[in-house]
Write a protein that binds this ligand. Structure first.
Ligand SMILES: [Zn+2]
Length: 291
């Protein structure tokens, strides 16, 4: 039996301990889910490349949010050198927070309230969220989880969340989380020391604290963007994850191949504040016509 992967939107509503129990009760979860499937959005359906959106509100196929997710899928594939995922991701987009919350309470009574969820099982890679001011950010975050889980045998928690945080932001340049840059700068000033082996030891989202999401993003940003040698190590690791769900941890590879890699992360983070982009390209949900 394969346990479902449940990824919350972010640390802001960190997973609580009883979710760990849910991870070991897949049959019950599936049964409960199936029994109330009538509560899922089903009025409108838009199908794209390996993406199906079931929504309460009508979204044209050319809607900016859907085009954005299609582009995101290509960006994830291209930047991480992964094959375009074949397993589809289904997005359940509720009309409003109340209907979404009512459904989540009924389908997954163990889960605490959050703006969005990714739930991956052997049957379905599903994203649940609602139309709100941050719908684009939430969809990008959860859809990234979906694309990764469709391509890879498994994804270590720290890397799954770090990549989702990286790709959720649509500011230019891609992956630049301005808020995290500022918070990490404050942490550096207070003597923060990165610790990738500690992050790698976290296996439940209930264990991940606010600062852990900052650090996971920082490692992803460092690995992808500091230099070609760090990028290649991450790409090789992801390549192995396509067929091996539990390869050697990434920090062990860094130990062998990158001298003073932890110091290099610190140097990378310390230069980030000088490069924060001035403008945001996020599409405000309030400016999008539902139709
Ligand atoms: Zn997440």
């Amino acid at each position: 039996m394969t346990a479902p992967s449940v990824r919350p939107w972010s640390y802001r509503r960190a997973m609580v301990a009883w979710l760990l129990a849910l991870l070991g009760t897949l049959p019950a979860c599936r049964a409960t889910h199936t029994s109330i499937s009538a509560g899922l959005p089903s009025k409108h359906r838009v199908t794209g490349d390996q993406l199906s959106v079931l929504s309460d509100i009508k979204l044209p196929k050319q809607h900016p949010l859907l085009k954005d997710l299609e582009q995101l899928r290509e960006d994830v594939s291209q930047l991480l050198d992964l094959p375009m995922q074949q397993q589809p991701v289904t997005v359940y987009l509720f009309a409003d927070e109340q209907r979404y919350a009512n459904y989540l309470r009924a389908a997954f009574p163990e889960l605490p309230p959050r703006r969005a969820y990714f739930v991956g099982t052997s049957k379905e890679l599903a994203v649940y969220t609602y139309w709100g001011d941050r719908v684009q950010e939430d969809l990008r975050h959860e859809y990234t989880h979906g694309v990764l889980h469709a391509c890879l045998a498994d994804v270590p928690l720290w890397l799954d969340e770090g990549l989702a945080e990286y790709f959720e932001v649509v500011d230019a340049p891609l992956g630049w989380n301005k808020d995290y840059v500022e918070r990490l700068s404050q942490s550096l000033a207070n003597g923060w020391k990165p610790d990738l082996p500690r992050l790698e030891s976290l296996h439940g989202v209930a264990q991940m604290q606010k600062a852990d999401y900052f650090e996971a993003w920082a490692w992803v940003h460092f690995l992808l963007e500091s230099d070609s040698d760090t990028r290649q190590i991450l790409l090789d690791y992801l390549h192995e994850l396509r067929t091996n769900p539990s390869p050697e941890v990434l920090s062990a590879r860094l130990d062998r191949e990158i001298p003073r890699w932890s110091d290099r992360l610190l140097a990378h983070v310390s230069t980030l504040p000088q490069n924060v982009p001035a403008t945001s390209a996020i599409i405000p949900a309030s400016g999008i016509t539902r139709q």
